[in-house]
Design a protein around this ligand. Structure first.
Ligand SMILES: CC(C)(COP(=O)(O)OP(=O)(O)OC[C@H]1O[C@@H](n2cnc3c(N)ncnc32)[C@H](O)[C@@H]1OP(=O)(O)O)[C@@H](O)C(=O)NCCC(=O)NCCS
Length: 175
């Protein structure tokens, strides 16, 4: 099991024991606004995603990680890499409870995931996307050094897509 630790956070692959915490987290209004297009996610869907995450870890060594403060039991977020689109592409995803926003934790969490896939898994590139009006997510992707790569239609008009190559990440002095 790949546990990732940062200065302030501990991230573990999500498991069945995270179900109710994850449902509550993803249902928070500020979290679901863009992540779930405003929908209140069903518990069964989250259960399926936890199972799917375990499959992704088996095949790709990535999936969804729960995010907790290093010494706190409470789930305060979820982040990792998820299969989107058809054919599937793996994209960076992240969410933190609103009470924890604007403290640099998004950058700490997503930056650690990026370092993990570049250093431990030797990925050549990381992909991400976000709804154009999602200012905090856009700001985070820019802060991570991700480069705009295009647009596609989305629930809020336009989805902005981003990439970060391993070379670009190395040349900017990692994170
Ligand atoms: C996106 C999210 C994870 C950002 O987390 P965070 O902990 O607040 O981000 P950080 O504090 O690490 O900030 C990262 C950078 O973005 C900037 N930023 C964050 N929120 C911002 C906002 N609302 N407006 C402008 N800039 C913002 C910060 O100033 C920082 O920039 P800097 O490093 O150059 O100073 C958080 O807002 C969230 O969970 N949102 C809901 C879930 C979601 O929408 N996920 C994305 C779906 S695609």
């Amino acid at each position: 099991m790949t546990v990732l630790e940062t200065a302030r956070l501990r991230m573990e692959p999500v498991g069945p024991g995270d179900l109710s915490s994850l449902v509550s987290h993803w249902r928070e209004p500020g979290v679901r606004r863009y992540l779930w297009d405003g929908d209140v996610v069903a518990e069964e869907q989250v259960r399926g995603m936890i199972a799917r995450s375990a499959e992704l870890f088996d095949v790709h060594a990535v999936g969804l990680w729960s995010v907790r403060e290093r010494h706190g039991p409470r789930l305060i977020g979820c982040a990792g890499f998820w299969h989107f689109h058809d054919p599937p592409e793996i994209e960076l995803v992240y969410s933190l409870s609103e009470a924890y926003w604007r403290r640099g934790l998004g950058r700490e969490c997503a930056g650690t995931l990026i370092r993990h896939v570049f250093e431990a898994l030797d990925w050549p590139v990381v992909q991400a996307s976000t709804d154009a009006p999602n200012e905090s997510s856009l700001a985070l992707l820019r802060a991570l050094g991700m480069q705009p790569s295009g647009q596609r239609p989305g629930a809020f008009g336009v989805i902005e897509t981003f990439t970060l190559t391993r070379e670009a990440w190395l040349s900017r002095g990692r994170l």
